[in-house]
Design a protein around this ligand. Structure first.
Ligand SMILES: [Zn+2]
Ligand SMILES: [Zn+2]
Length: 265
């Protein structure tokens, strides 16, 4: 069966007919071979663009106390590099050299390194960068895929459907901020409404300890270093009580236990 197509067709109709024709008619062999070669080339270029050759560059300000220096932060599959004319602060870290990456917000990235601090004995050196352009969700996803060790992620990806959602208040030393806790199959997210820099997405392995003080208070201890303390704990007042079932779900994931009730589903 053969058909001819005139260019006069409406686009939608043309597309539908093409699909129909491809479905029915088998391609001649040489033509099919070319089609496969073309598809492979396309796939390879896509892999290259999305995988090996990927790097992200940001003009940044390196903040140190009252002063700062400027340069470029480059994130690649090999690690993170800070290029600057201020030679003393230029660095290149492999991911293993970084104790923790904190993507504090869309414009702030903090690297806690293993380098000892010159004047604060025993304290690891921290590099704080303010980016002059926004850090995209793509960078967040890239780091999540590269870094196995705990990561603090302030950029909240909206993919997936949360299993549970709880309105919460994040307690600060004075007052707090309002937001929502969302529990997904693979992560727990706190999205702050009035303090975006407090928003966090944690993979289960990014949570160190979990605590509950009655049904209305949840405490999440992370690996994030805190100034003046070893780790940063997030304490939440929950506006709706946390059910046993939901708490067990989170608990079992944080402590790597396979939940029995979930397997039966
Ligand atoms: Zn500097
Ligand atoms: Zn807060």
């Amino acid at each position: 069966m053969r058909r001819t197509y005139s260019l006069g067709f409406a686009m939608g109709e043309t597309r539908a007919r093409w699909r129909e024709a491809f479905g029915r008619r088998s391609m001649s062999l040489p033509r099919r071979r070319w089609w496969i070669v073309g598809a492979l080339a396309l796939l390879l270029s896509a892999v290259e663009a999305g995988g090996f050759a990927q790097n992200f560059r940001f003009p940044v300000r390196h903040d140190h106390g009252l002063r700062s220096c400027r340069g470029e932060l480059i994130i690649t599959a090999a690690g993170i590099e800070y290029r600057t004319a201020h030679a003393k602060h230029a660095r290149r870290w492999a991911f293993e050299d970084i104790r923790m990456v904190v993507l504090a917000s869309r414009r702030e990235i903090v690297l806690h390194t293993y380098e000892a601090h010159r004047w604060a004995l025993g304290r690891d050196r921290t590099f704080r960068f303010t980016t002059l352009s926004e850090i995209t969700a793509e960078v967040g996803a890239f780091l999540l895929a590269r870094i196995q060790r705990p990561l603090a992620m302030g950029i909240i990806a909206v993919e997936g459907t949360p299993l549970h959602e709880i309105a919460a208040r994040h307690r600060h030393r004075f007052g707090g901020c309002q937001g929502t806790i969302r529990i997904y199959a693979d992560r727990l997210v706190y999205e702050s409404r009035d303090r975006p820099e407090d928003s966090r997405a944690w993979r289960w392995s990014d949570i160190r300890r979990l605590g509950r003080f009655g049904p209305y208070r949840l405490e999440i201890t992370t690996y994030e270093p805190e100034f003046g303390g070893p780790t940063r704990a997030y304490v939440f007042d929950l506006k709706v009580g946390l059910s046993e079932e939901v708490y067990d779900f989170v608990w079992e994931r944080v402590y790597h236990l396979t939940p029995r009730w979930n397997e039966q589903r």
